[in-house]
Design a protein around this ligand. Structure first.
Ligand code: PSU
Ligand code: MN
Length: 336
């Protein structure tokens, strides 16, 4: 018995140490604000790979019913490649990590009446028990609180065009500089100023890593932005070991893992870019500002392309979910 006790004590010590390194999970010290779904709770307790997913993409990023359909497909893509999906939203004063299908439908139907929730809005939404759809920054905070290291989405926010006057820079970028969660995305949309976005991420100490064949930073609908990413990797194992090294040396920063849109969906990218340019012009003319800006642009691009851009959008999110799941599996195998 003594021997058993000792070995189980040392096992739990290892667990604690690994937990504080951040790629294994300790559910014991979880914040009372966090509400884990049964599936996510079990995965975290067993140190199995989990991938976080955001909810602003559901409420503000796509129209109903495609948004609910996509949310389900993205969860399936994560599960198919070996990780447990954890879609995140704020509901009734709690940070839900892992949503029931009923909650997914509720969010999808609520659409823009849900509160788009970034870091700034988290405490207000929780204390007022509002329905909060988390952005990349809000989702990173929640994922980190739950002990989840990998997060998949479509595109991150960035430095807006004209930011030298408006100072409109997404809170996603500062969050990446302060919260250790890797965000797997297809780069950023050209609604943004991409060179300035990369500059700002450099200042924040965030590695931007082109994933796959090309070294180029992808631009959401297009695999090409004309900009080189500072880092380039080709496999889930390389991504996982970079994340592990960052955690091991105690960097409190995230990573941007930028996966180009799958080839077969990239062919109409020029048409989508034209819609983006037109939408940016309209937003300027209509004086759309602040947190309304990105949802307005996303909605107009879908309208101007008569929904065609949505097909590409859904395809790239699913692709990112697959890659994120593979990275999470690899990272889980490296722990301890
Ligand atoms: N870009 C997209 N789709 C999205 C978003 C951005 O292509 O759904 C959402 C994400 O939730 C992102 C947020 O975190 O918009 C950024 O908003 P803002 O630019 O207001 O920071
Ligand atoms: Mn903004």
């Amino acid at each position: 018995f003594v021997q058993f006790a000792r070995s189980s004590a040392s096992r739990s010590a290892i667990r604690c140490r690994a937990g504080s390194r951040g790629y294994l999970h300790s559910t014991a010290s979880m914040s009372p604000y966090i509400e884990l779904s049964p599936r996510v709770r079990e995965a975290l307790a067993n140190d199995e790979p989990v991938v976080a997913l955001e909810s602003t993409i559901i409420s503000h990023g796509m129209p109903y019913p495609q948004n609910v359909d996509t949310a389900r497909q993205v969860e399936q893509a994560v599960a198919k490649h070996g990780s447990t999906p954890a879609t995140i939203a704020l509901i009734d004063g709690k940070i839900h990590v892992g949503l029931s299908d009923e909650n997914l439908v509720h969010l999808g139907k609520s659409g823009r009446s849900a509160v788009k929730t970034s870091r700034r809005d988290m405490a207000a939404v929780l204390s007022q028990r509002l329905l909060g759809a988390t952005t990349v920054s809000g989702t990173m905070i929640a994922a980190h609180m739950a002990g989840i290291r990998i997060f998949a989405t479509g595109g991150i926010g960035g430095v807006h065009r004209g930011a030298e006057l408006t100072m409109d820079i997404s809170a996603d970028l500062t969050e990446l500089g302060r919260t250790p969660v890797a965000v797997v995305c297809a780069g950023a949309k050209s609604i943004l100023d991409l060179p300035k976005t990369l500059e700002f991420l450099e200042t924040q100490g965030v590695p931007v890593i082109a994933y796959g064949k090309s070294r180029e930073f992808p631009a959401f609908f297009s695999p090409r932005s004309g900009l080189l990413a500072p880092w380039h990797i080709q496999t889930p194992e390389q991504a996982a070991s970079l994340i592990k090294a960052s955690t091991d040396i105690g960097l409190q920063t995230g990573q941007v893992i930028a996966v180009p849109i799958p080839e077969e969906h990239a062919e109409s990218s020029r048409i989508f870019e034209q819609a983006v340019d037109r939408a940016v012009g309209e937003a300027e003319k209509d004086g759309v500002r602040g947190k309304e800006s990105t949802p307005f642009l996303l909605k107009r691009v879908v309208e101007l392309t008569k929904g065609a851009s949505l097909v590409a959008n859904i395809a790239l999110v699913k692709n990112n979910a697959r890659v994120a799941s593979q990275i999470a599996v690899s990272l889980a195998s490296m722990a301890v």
